[in-house]
Write a protein that binds this ligand. Structure first.
Ligand SMILES: *[C@@H]1O[C@H](CO)[C@@H](O)[C@H](O)[C@H]1NC(C)=O
Ligand SMILES: *[C@@H]1O[C@H](CO)[C@@H](O)[C@H](O)[C@H]1NC(C)=O
Ligand SMILES: *[C@@H]1O[C@H](CO)[C@@H](O)[C@H](O)[C@H]1NC(C)=O
Ligand SMILES: *[C@@H]1O[C@H](CO)[C@@H](O)[C@H](O)[C@H]1NC(C)=O
Length: 570
């Protein structure tokens, strides 16, 4: 109770100041509105992956549900298609599919954020009030942590936010030894049974990645813990940490403050050095306030990833309306900066995914939110049939440039699988070595998406099956090498090992195709790979979709493909 009264006093004192400040800074924002007009034909704009009408976007920030309405904030440059002038842009949605834009919620307006309003998270206080903790860049270009609260809790759109006059609430000092250039991206805070709030902030010391832990009784006075919640050597700066509980043996999500024997904890970090994310599953020891990854979890860049393609700066939130945990992520471009400026925009967000702990307890599973299926239009279904080695079959009748495709493969003669060389431990390297055109025994088989009529261009998403020491090993690849005749793009082949036993279950693949995005889910969400591609021929109604098998052995398959309708994005 001490907390709520302190909080109310704070809000009361503070709301009186806020009006003047907000009016002043609104004027500043209007000046930022000037923008270049984007170029004419736009074959790479998405139809159902979130993006604003133009300009640069990156990290999703502070996602939440408030009074039945979903809120998305995101890093945005109102002035252009490259990073800079960063504010928190704001959109709301009733279904996480169709979005209504609002004015930016947070923009530079006080000393503690005058040089930038960077990433952060929402915490829902026990009585339902959402608050932001976010990183501000101060006049010395130091990274500090700030608090903002909604101005009017009766406004369901939460259009205006007021910043604490006590900002910054956490700052690097000579005493606390925090690196002022490496201290950012606060998580949602969680409340212990001892009535103390905790939050972690990404950092590093030399080359050790750190999740610096702060504690507070009242959400305003934060004290740094002596030790981080967790750290790992040689991982470099940890950006956008995320720390949350997942239920054991249930797909349901839980609030960030839930603890106990029925949950495991997940720590995800985004590595500034490699632009990869990884996560571990482990135990949160509340007594010691430390997180310990489970035995066998890999605590480095070669660990588990949400997505083995282009995917970064992700963040989850608990959807209390549907009891699920939802993951949002930024999909960066793979084109040159010059191309981004020409098209007038850069960056999109992935389709929100529900995420839960796999029954093995060793990894997470992710699946596109159910609501996205509302966009499915005309369906083409091909019943079970054989696809001979070295053949392909066009799936016609859907808008291949904007589609949702589910294919499933059955393999009868597993003994024809190639031997796995024990040195092939890196799936991305293996996919680069064995692209779609390299014949194997079982595989490559999968989808050719965004394919041009004569197959001069296509992106191949496929599987290969190998015989390992004591089990079959399934490799999932997304091969961009022939995705575009334009060679000025990053065409890295992506890969992941898929924890599926092909002798017991079918190999399934779902791809969400959206003009310049191929977002793929293997093994019902056990491995995900997102690719950015920029076809020059396979655009608009000139894109085609095929199922292919370039292995020597036959496989069986069934496919369902849907034309996707356009979402309301801005
Ligand atoms: C708060 O929002 C509600 C709902 O939009 C509105 O009716 C009310 O006038 C707002 N109050 C203030 C002080 O702006
Ligand atoms: C602090 O972070 C900056 C930015 O990454 C880095 O250049 C600098 O070396 C770091 N300082 C220390 C002592 O680690
Ligand atoms: C975004 O993509 C560009 C171009 O491929 C690359 O240089 C940059 O490192 C990427 N950044 C992230 C965070 O993925
Ligand atoms: C299948 O293999 C043949 C011969 O190796 C190759 O020419 C063709 O491009 C491959 N198909 C795909 C989709 O890569």
């Amino acid at each position: 109770m001490a907390i709520s009264s302190a909080w109310l006093v704070f809000c009361f004192l503070f709301l009186r100041h806020a009006v003047v400040e907000l009016e002043a800074s609104h004027h500043v924002y209007r000046n930022l509105q000037v923008s270049s007009s984007p170029s004419e034909h736009q074959p790479y704009r998405t139809s159902y992956h979130f993006q604003p009408p133009q300009n640069w976007i990156n990290d999703p920030n502070g996602p939440m549900i408030y009074r039945g309405l979903y809120h998305l904030f995101y890093q945005y440059n109102p002035k252009g298609a490259v990073w800079g002038n960063i504010v928190w842009a704001h959109s709301t949605s009733t279904d996480l599919v169709n979005w209504t834009p609002h004015e930016p919620a947070i923009y530079p307006s006080q000393p503690s954020d005058i040089n930038g309003c960077w990433s952060g998270s929402t915490t829902i206080l026990p009585w339902g009030t959402p608050v932001f903790l976010y990183t501000g860049i101060d006049p010395q270009n130091h990274q500090v942590q700030n608090l903002a609260i909604p101005k009017n809790l009766s406004d369901p759109y939460l259009r205006e936010w007021v910043k604490s006059p006590k900002n910054p609430l956490m700052a690097p000092t000579s005493a606390n030894q925090i690196n002022s250039s490496s201290f950012r991206d606060p998580t949602s805070a969680w409340l212990g049974p001892d009535g103390t709030w905790r939050v972690i902030i990404g950092s590093k010391r030399h080359t050790r990645g750190l999740a610096i832990l702060y504690r507070s009784k009242d959400f305003i006075r934060w004290v740094k813990s002596q030790h981080p919640l967790h750290s790992a050597k040689d991982t470099g700066m940890w950006e956008c940490p995320d720390f949350f509980p997942v239920m054991v043996n249930s797909k349901l999500g839980v609030d960030t403050s839930i603890m106990g024997p029925d949950v495991k904890h997940v720590l995800k970090v985004s590595l500034d050095d490699t632009k990869h994310e990884y996560y571990t599953i482990g135990t949160y020891n509340l007594g010691k306030d430390i997180y310990v990854p489970d035995k066998g979890q890999v605590d480095s860049d070669s660990g588990l990833r949400y997505d083995y393609g282009k995917y970064y700066a992700s963040k989850t939130f608990f959807d209390s309306a549907k009891n699920r945990r939802i993951l949002l992520g930024w999909i960066n471009e793979s084109s040159s900066v010059a191309d981004d400026i020409k098209k007038g925009w850069s960056g999109v967000h992935a389709i929100p995914r529900t995420l839960w702990l796999d029954t093995s307890g060793k990894q997470l599973v992710q699946w596109p939110i159910r609501e996205i299926e509302k966009l499915r239009g005309h369906e083409v279904h091909l019943p079970k049939q054989v696809l001979e080695g070295g053949s392909a079959l066009e799936v016609s009748g859907v808008t291949a440039v904007q589609a949702d495709v589910e294919v499933s493969f059955g393999i009868s003669e597993l003994e024809k699988a190639e031997m796995l060389n024990p040195s092939w431990t890196n799936p991305q390297v293996l996919c680069s070595k064995k692209g779609a055109s390299v014949k194997g025994g079982l595989g490559p088989f999968g989808l050719l998406v965004l394919a041009s009529k004569g197959l001069q261009e296509y992106t191949a998403v496929f599987f290969r099956i190998f015989k390992g020491q004591d089990k079959y090993v399934v490799l999932m690849c997304s091969d961009q090498s022939r995705s575009s005749l334009n060679n000025d793009n990053d065409k890295t082949n992506y890969g992941a090992f898929l924890e599926v036993d092909p002798s017991r279950e079918k190999l399934s693949l779902r791809s969400l195709i959206d003009h310049s995005i191929v977002e793929s889910f293997g093994g019902k969400g056990k491995a995900c790979i997102t690719a950015r591609v920029y076809p020059t021929l396979a655009i608009d109604d000139k894109a085609h979709l095929h199922v292919f098998n370039n292995g020597t052995e036959n496989v069986q398959f069934t496919v369902s493909a849907w034309s996707m309708k356009k979402a309301h994005l801005s």
